[in-house]
Structures are given as C-alpha cells and as structure tokens.
Design a protein. Structure first.
Length: 138
C-alpha cells in the first residue's frame, strides 16, 4: 500500500477517534438546533440499559467507558499507522478493539446520526483484518 493511502487511513482513524471524543463534549440542551432532541430527551442513556433498569450512573459509567476505549483506540491505531514505534505493530488489534467497542456503543446508545460512524467502523475492521504485512508511513 502506498504511503499516501496509509496516511489518509491514519488521519481518518485519528479523526474518527476525535469525533468520538467530541460527541461526549456536545452540551445537551433542547434548544440547540444541532442536537436532535426529537429522538430521545437524554442522549447519554442507553435504551437497553434503561430497559434493564440500570441507573443513570450505570448508564454514564458504561457509556463513558465504551466512549473512552473507542476514542483512544482509534487515535492510537492511527498513530500506529503513522509509524509511532510502540504502536506500529499494534494498529490492527487496536483498530479491531476500537471498532467493535464503537459498534457496541452504536447498539447500546442508538441514534440515527451514528450510522455514519458504524459504516466507518466496518471499513476500519475491513482494513485491519485484510491488511497484508506491516503498514506504516515510516
């Protein structure tokens, strides 16, 4: 694979991780036009966890843990693709972990806007599973 494509994939992974982080920073207010409050009144709650009777704190802990693993996993995978020595050989595993955890977040905290992220997760899984040989721009 050529260096330009590897660099683009690395930047995409890092951006995807940063978007995960940014989603956690969006302030919830029903009057904000960019937050789809029509979908559910509280974006930080899982339909499944709520259905099982989980508390608000459990929702936040589970959601926060999943969010952190996915965000850091994609950023570290992208850095590995860019040739960071201690991450370079681990990028496929980091990508698989981040994508699977992100897909879990997609299922537990379903929202229509997350479909784009799910598509990116499947693309990342494909790249990690079918990449041949060590890839990096170094």
């Amino acid at each position: 694979m050529n260096n330009t494509l590897i660099t683009l994939v690395a930047i995409l992974f890092i951006a995807h991780g940063l978007v995960h982080g940014a989603l956690n920073l969006v302030p919830y207010q029903s009057n904000l036009p960019f937050w789809p409050s029509w979908w559910r009144p509280e974006p930080g709650h899982s339909w499944l966890l709520q259905g099982l009777g989980a508390s608000d704190m459990t929702n936040r802990i589970v959601g926060g843990t999943i969010w952190l693993i996915a965000a850091l996993g994609f950023v570290f995978a992208g850095l590995g693709l860019l040739g960071v020595p201690f991450l370079q050989s681990a990028w496929p595993a980091l990508t698989v972990i981040a994508a699977v955890v992100s897909l879990l977040m997609f299922v537990l905290f379903w929202h229509p806007w997350l479909v784009v992220g799910a598509v990116l997760n499947f693309g990342a899984l494909f790249a990690a599973i079918f990449a041949r040989g060590p890839l990096s721009v170094s």
